[in-house]
Each structure stands twice: as C-alpha cells, then as structure tokens.
Design a protein around this ligand. Structure first.
Ligand code: DAT
Length: 181
C-alpha cells in the first residue's frame, strides 16, 4: 500500500515499443504535481546495475538487488513514474497504479524494426505481446484494482491515456486530503 507518501508511484509497463517512454514523458509534463520519470533501462546502464551484457540479444542481465536498492528511497518518497518492460520485481507496496500498455502486434513489429532491433528480439517481443506476458505479470503481482490495461496505438490513445492518469492522480490526492496545488 501507499503508506504515507504524498505523491504516488506510478508504474508504466508493457512490451518494448508499446509506448512507455512516450507516455511517461507526456505524463511528467501534464501532471498536476511534480513527477520524476525514471527510465529503468537507462538507469541500469548509467549506474551499472547489471551483471552482464548479452551481445546476441543486445540486452542487459539486470542485477535485481542493486536495482531495488537504488530505487527504494525514491519509491518510499513517491512522486515517480517507473518506466520498464517488466514490473514483477518491484515490491507490491511500491506501486499505487500499474499501467500496462498494449499494442497491436503488427504495429509493434514495425516500431521495433524502426528501432533497429535484431530479428530474434523483435520476434521474442512480438510473441510476448501476443501471449499477454506483461499484463499477466502485472495481474499476478498487484491488486486488481490498481492494474489498468490501456491501448497505445495512436496519438489519440496517448492523449486520452495521459489525461486519464492525470485524473487518477487528482483523485488519489483528494482521497488522502492533499490539496491540489
Ligand atoms: P517503449 O518505451 O514502450 O519501448 P516508446 O515510448 O519508445 O516505447 O515508443 C516506441 C515508438 O512508438 C516511438 O517511436 C513512439 C511510438 N509510439 C508509441 N506509442 C504511441 C502512441 N500511443 N501513439 C503514437 N506513437 C506511439
């Protein structure tokens, strides 16, 4: 649960390419309270929070203990957006809202191809989206009432999703008797 935080922790997750970073950036701009966008993949690289780099898959094997130690003080304080393609390593008590972005798999394929991913990495992620890996993971890790699945295919989706999250932030603060600034 959210304990005494005055600002929420919002997890934005989904298969790579579903639009997490795009959503997190717009949300950080439009939020009624300051929210720090933490791109967890970038943080892992910047702070060397990995055990190894896999050339073949072009991905890092994350050192989960180090990552959790790095994030713990930020999560306790609140006011952050955690942007990552997986969510089940975060302790349940950290999250106030878990947004899972979804995208049509052919559209996702095109986005990942544009990103220059190797074919097997595109295939793996495409399959993960079809098999609903991330939404299943979110549902098995968090209370159902905090998990929201949102479509992220075009800019209309992006805008309506972000305004929905902004409304959720306002309601979250009101519920806790924190005045809107
Ligand atoms: P992620 O952070 O999940 O890997 P991203 O935010 O980098 O994904 O988005 C990947 C690409 O797809 C990027 O070029 C922006 C585009 N995109 C994602 N969601 C979108 C949306 N809802 N509307 C328009 N473009 C979107």
């Amino acid at each position: 649960m959210s304990s005494s935080r005055k600002a929420p922790v919002i997890v934005i997750t989904g298969t790579p390419g579903t639009g997490k970073t795009t959503h997190a950036e717009l949300l950080a701009q439009e939020s009624p309270i300051p929210l720090k966008h933490i791109n967890v993949g970038d943080l892992v690289k910047e702070k060397n929070l990995y055990e190894a780099y896999d050339e073949e898959w072009q991905s890092y094997t994350v050192d989960e203990d180090k990552l959790l130690d790095e994030l713990e003080p930020l999560a306790s304080e609140g006011g952050i957006i955690l942007d990552w393609h997986t969510c089940d390593i975060f302790p349940e008590r950290w999250a106030d809202l878990v947004v899972v972005l979804r995208c049509n798999h052919t559209m996702l394929w095109d986005r990942l191809e544009k990103r220059g991913y190797p074919l097997k990495k595109i295939q793996e992620n495409n399959e993960a989206e079809i098999m609903e890996v991330v939404i299943e993971e979110a549902r098995s890790s968090y209370a159902p009432e905090i998990v929201v699945e949102l479509q992220s295919e075009g800019t209309e989706d992006l805008e309506s999703n972000v305004s929905r999250i902004v409304q959720w932030i306002e309601a979250w603060r009101k519920d806790r008797g924190i005045a809107n600034s």
